[in-house]
Design a protein around this ligand. Structure first.
Ligand code: SIN
Ligand code: FE2
Length: 224
């Protein structure tokens, strides 16, 4: 049986800013394929809890796929070509991921988005992600494309300073948030997840964040 209430307002979009949108249910048609790929990726590069430069253990479990993976340790945040846990390159970014990121970006007005990094975050009830800016990328012309799977979460979307007020947006299985351009450096985060259960993922939320981490160069001229 299909649970209609796991995905609110499927179709349509919510406007978060001049160049920031929630595309409701955009990833739903391929959600099962995404989950199968994630299951495979985590056999090669398992989820782990990284340490922040401040010495805290992140409550989000994370892994990556693509040419570059986002990592954090005592020395800071960075993108690396190798998974520090295995010493191997991150798993290849599946084509379905690339195509989804590209079509969501274009739906939001960012043509020819070619992500080289996909951060995969895993949340359970109680997990949160504090307000932050995505600014470890070298080419800020490319947008961020963020795909929600599993139990709902509340996304906070704020201003250009941590203290600015935020709007709070519920995100459901299949929703895709895209922000870029004038909104690219807005602070954002995820409030602690409430206990919940999803028909496929159980008590979990998985988020895919697509980014272009490498600098602009003539090899990826088509990116913008
Ligand atoms: C992030 O900001 O990296 C992830 C946001 C989310 O989990 O929706
Ligand atoms: Fe982020």
């Amino acid at each position: 049986m299909i649970d209609l209430f796991e995905n609110e307002n499927t179709g349509g979009r919510e406007i978060l800013g001049m160049e920031a949108f929630v595309l409701k249910g955009f990833a739903l048609p391929i959600a099962n394929e995404l989950l199968a790929k994630i299951a495979f990726i985590q056999t090669l590069s398992p989820f782990r809890h990284m340490t922040t430069p401040g010495g805290h253990t992140m409550s989000v479990g994370l892994t990556n796929c693509g040419q570059l993976g986002w990592t954090s340790d005592r020395r800071g945040y960075k993108y690396s070509a190798l998974d520090p846990a295995t010493g191997n390159p991150w798993p290849v970014m599946p084509n379905e991921f690339l195509e989804l990121a590209k079509s969501a970006a274009s739906e939001a007005g960012f043509v020819n988005f070619v992500p080289d990094a996909c951060l995969i975050n895993k949340y359970i009830p109680g997990t949160k992600l504090s307000l932050h800016q995505d600014k470890d990328e070298q080419d800020l012309r490319a947008p961020i494309v963020s795909v929600s799977l599993g139990i709902p979460a509340v996304f906070q979307f704020g201003g250009f300073e941590r203290g600015a007020s935020t709007i709070k947006v519920p995100l459901f299985h299949g929703d895709v948030v895209v922000w870029g351009g004038v909104d690219r450096l807005r602070f954002h985060g995820i409030l602690p997840l409430k206990p919940n259960s999803h028909s496929i993922l159980g008590e979990q939320r998985i988020n895919l964040t697509f980014r272009k981490a490498s600098p602009f160069n003539s090899n990826n001229f088509n990116a913008f």
